[in-house]
Design a protein around this ligand. Structure first.
Ligand code: GDP
Length: 197
């Protein structure tokens, strides 16, 4: 069995993205913090997992945020061998600022911690840089260069399109992410699964 796992900070648009990618069967518009267990979707023998959103959520105490992060870490440790790739969804525009704010407090930003953890586990990570529509086109290069730099990849961002997909889930503009996901399934010789995306 093969699995693709979606993770992301709360409110980055992960539910919107999954509905766009997988069709109407994915629920959206839930209250933040409601989903504290993974949601699973299946296509043939491909499992698609939507992990609970992490980080700050209104009305969710710090301890619960930590539990969600621990659950995500444990999930990847337990299932690493069947995971084809992880899709880490971020809000492209606010990503660098949030990372810098945590760094400024001497803390490790959750997104960075999880990204490095996945690389340590040798899991292939695709960054879905969402809400591209909120970025002024003239700022696009700066914003995306800042994103890749925080993730310890060297600018320019355009050199990373094998693992970075700028998308606008809300408008259905997710073509590059679909391409990368199909590409990962072809790499494991599962042409029969590409129809999922
Ligand atoms: P989740 O908590 O990560 O599952 O986020 P949701 O899918 O519930 O989306 C959170 C908010 O972001 C909602 O108001 C969405 O309409 C909005 N959103 C999602 N994708 C986009 C996008 O591509 N652009 C913009 N501007 N807003 C988006």
């Amino acid at each position: 069995e093969h699995e693709i796992v979606f993770i992301g900070r709360s409110n980055v648009g992960k539910s919107t993205l999954m509905r766009e990618l997988l069709g109407a069967k994915v629920r959206v518009g839930k209250r933040p913090g409601v989903t504290q267990k993974p949601n699973f979707y299946e296509y043939k023998d491909l499992l698609i997992t939507d992990m609970p959103g992490y980080g700050y959520m209104k009305g969710v105490e710090h301890a619960k945020q930590e539990r969600i992060k621990d659950l995500i870490v444990k999930y990847f440790e337990d299932h690493a061998s069947r995971i084809v790739c992880a899709v880490q969804v971020i809000d492209a525009k606010s990503f660098a600022d949030i990372v810098d704010r945590w760094d400024g407090r001497g803390e490790i930003p959750i997104d960075i911690e999880l990204n490095e953890f996945l690389h340590d586990l040798n899991i292939d990570v695709i960054i879905a840089a969402n809400k591209i529509d909120k970025i002024d086109p003239k700022d696009m290069d700066t914003v995306l260069d800042d994103v890749v730099e925080r993730l310890k990849m060297y600018p320019p961002w355009s050199g990373w399109l094998d693992r970075l997909a700028p998308i606008t889930a809300k408008k259905g503009d997710v073509d590059h992410l679909r391409y990368l996901l199909k590409n990962r399934l072809r790499a494991i010789k599962r042409e029969d699964l590409v129809g999922c995306f």
